[in-house]
Structures are given as structure tokens and as C-alpha cells.
Design a protein around this ligand. Structure first.
Ligand code: T3D
Length: 261
């Protein structure tokens, strides 16, 4: 498929998706939503063992394209329908994708863009990047999973503060608060993320998918349910060839050659 608003590159078992509307700071148009959805489902991309999500130009993503809607003629815009059709399926797809999706936040991440990043398994951000819960600035409510992820990542006070002020935080603060995995020098961001993704793509991919399931489920589970889930998932992992290979490699004192199965 030829994409107009994103770029999709697949190399070394890593699929890299670049949001590519730099003149709009990679704000989401309907077309970009549809293309991103197609890229996530792309058959070749699905064979990769890690995905990187980043933005072209000076921004990661500035949320919804605020120029796309004609509020002069739309008396009662149904923003719920917009979330139902585009943002919610995107966050669910990122979460359910068995492979890890790593966000490389190369610049400002605002509105839904700030919440799509923590919808990925790990977030690396350039030192000059920033995160803005911009919704309040236009009289809206954080979406794209922000009200779910933020309190869990950084606690209720900080989540509340960011959401009701719309204040910007820099990548260093985001890392200190536990909102992101790592703050990286601007020039090093893409090299570091790609190297990390290539490494992760050599690891037991199936186990990573199961780990995603376990850790995300833990946010809503009590201990007993979580122990039951761990039992079930370990059962699945134990049937994988990577488990056999991992144990064999350990006993033979050699690096494991994981296939992701
Ligand atoms: O309406 C709905 O569809 C509901 C949507 C709900 C989901 C949401 O995501 S709501 C939140 C939407 N996003 C925002 O409110 C953020 C809007 N953008 C900004 O606040 C600022 O652009 C930034 C803080 C992100 C960056 O500021 P700055 O000064 O570095 O850049 P800029 O000059 O504001 O923007 C550069 C260009 O990008 C500019 O275009 P121009 O003047 O050069 O032709 C600007 O209009 C454009 N741009 C930035 N963000 C958006 C955008 N165009 C459309 N939509 C955007 N979200």
C-alpha cells in the first residue's frame, strides 16, 4: 500500500512507522488514522518482531488535526464518535499487538499525541521533546487512554495537574516522573531506539507479548487473579520453542538463538 501521511520501513525485523505530516506537527487527519491502522495490520509489518513509532520533522504528534472540523457549521460535533472510530481502536491495537511497539518521541507530543506515546510498551524521548495534555486548552478532556495511563504511570496528583493546567513537561521530567522509559540526547534518539528495537527483535517475541498481557492486566487485577493469569501465561510460554532454546543455551553456555515462537 502506498501511504500519503505515514512512512513504513521494515528492516532487521523492525517495522518503523513515521507519522508524516510535519507541516501540521503530525496532527491526526482521518487519512493518517486509516493509514496507521493499515500499517499496524500490514502483513509484512506483522512479521517483524518489534515496531518503532516516531514522527517526521520537529514534532512527534500534535493530536487531532484541529483544522479538519468546521465548527461554524457543526452545531453539536460528536467527538465521542471520533474517539470510538479512530482513537480507541488505535490504543487497543497498540496494546493488543503481540510485538512490542516502542515510541521514539522526537519532539513535541500534544493532545492525543501525548497519550499515544504511553500507549506503546516503552517510550524513549529526545531531550528537547515535550509532553502537553493540550486538551484543556481547547475545552476538552484527555483522551487516547490518557486518563487511564497517566495516573497509573505518574500518580493522581501529577496526572491531575497536567490535565487541568495543560502545562508542558520536558522529556527529562517525564523520565524522572516515570512517564517514559528514557530521555536521550536529540542526536542519539533514533540510533539508540533502532539499536534497542533490533535487539528486542532478537528476543523471545512471544514471551514479550505475554508479558504485555500480564503487566497491563495487573493494573486492574487483584493478586489472586494476577497469580491465576501468570499461571496461564507461563503455561503458554512453556510450550514455546524459545523456552526450550533458552534453557538449552543456558546449559550449553552459549547465546540463545530465539525465533520468537
Ligand atoms: O476537534 C477534534 O477533532 C477533537 C479532538 C480530540 C483529540 C485531541 O487530540 S485534542 C488536542 C488537539 N491538539 C492540540 O490542541 C495541540 C495544538 N497544537 C499546539 O498547541 C501547538 O501547535 C504545539 C504546542 C503542539 C506546538 O506549538 P509550536 O509553537 O511549536 O508550533 P505551532 O506554530 O503552534 O504549530 C506549527 C504548525 O502546526 C502550525 O501551522 P502553520 O501556522 O505553520 O500553518 C499549526 O497550526 C500546526 N498545528 C499544530 N498542531 C496542530 C496543527 N494543525 C492542526 N491541528 C493541530 N493539532
Amino acid at each position: 500500500m502506498a501511504y500519503q501521511t505515514i512512512l513504513l520501513d521494515i528492516a532487521d525485523n523492525v517495522a518503523t512507522v513515521t507519522l508524516n505530516r510535519p507541516d501540521k506537527l503530525n496532527a491526526f487527519s482521518v487519512e493518517m488514522h486509516e493509514e496507521l491502522r493499515a500499517a499496524i495490520k500490514d502483513k509484512k509489518a506483522a512479521k517483524a518482531r518489534a515496531m518503532v513509532l516516531t514522527g517526521a520533522g520537529r514534532a512527534f504528534c500534535a493530536g487531532a488535526d484541529l483544522g479538519a472540523r468546521d465548527l461554524a457549521t457543526e452545531e453539536k460535533p460528536d467527538l465521542g464518535a471520533l474517539l470510538e472510530k479512530y482513537y480507541n481502536p488505535l490504543i487497543r491495537a497498540l496494546r493488543r499487538l503481540p510485538m512490542p511497539v516502542i515510541a521514539a518521541v522526537n519532539g513535541v507530543a500534544a493532545g492525543a499525541g501525548a497519550n499515544i506515546a504511553p500507549g506503546c510498551v516503552l517510550v524513549f524521548a529526545a531531550r528537547s521533546a515535550s509532553f502537553i495534555q493540550a486538551f484543556i486548552r481547547i475545552g476538552l478532556v484527555p483522551d487516547a487512554g490518557g486518563t487511564y495511563m497517566l495516573p497509573r504511570l505518574i500518580g493522581l496528583q501529577r496526572a491531575m495537574g497536567l490535565a487541568i493546567t495543560g502545562d508542558k513537561i520536558d522529556a527529562k521530567t517525564a523520565a524522572q516522573w516515570g512517564m517514559i522509559w528514557k530521555c536521550v540526547d536529540d542526536d542519539a534518539l533514533m540510533d539508540e531506539v533502532k539499536e534497542f528495537a533490533r535487539h528486542i527483535a532478537t528476543q523471545p517475541t512471544r514471551s514479550i507479548g505475554l508479558i504485555k498481557r500480564a503487566l497491563y492486566a495487573s493494573l486492574g487485577n487483584d493478586l489472586d487473579s494476577q497469580l491465576d493469569l501468570e499461571r496461564n501465561l507461563q503455561r503458554v510460554a512453556g510450550h514455546g520453542t524459545d523456552y526450550r532454546e533458552g534453557v538449552r543455551a543456558f546449559l550449553e553456555k552459549r547465546p540463545a538463538n530465539f525465533t520468537g515462537a
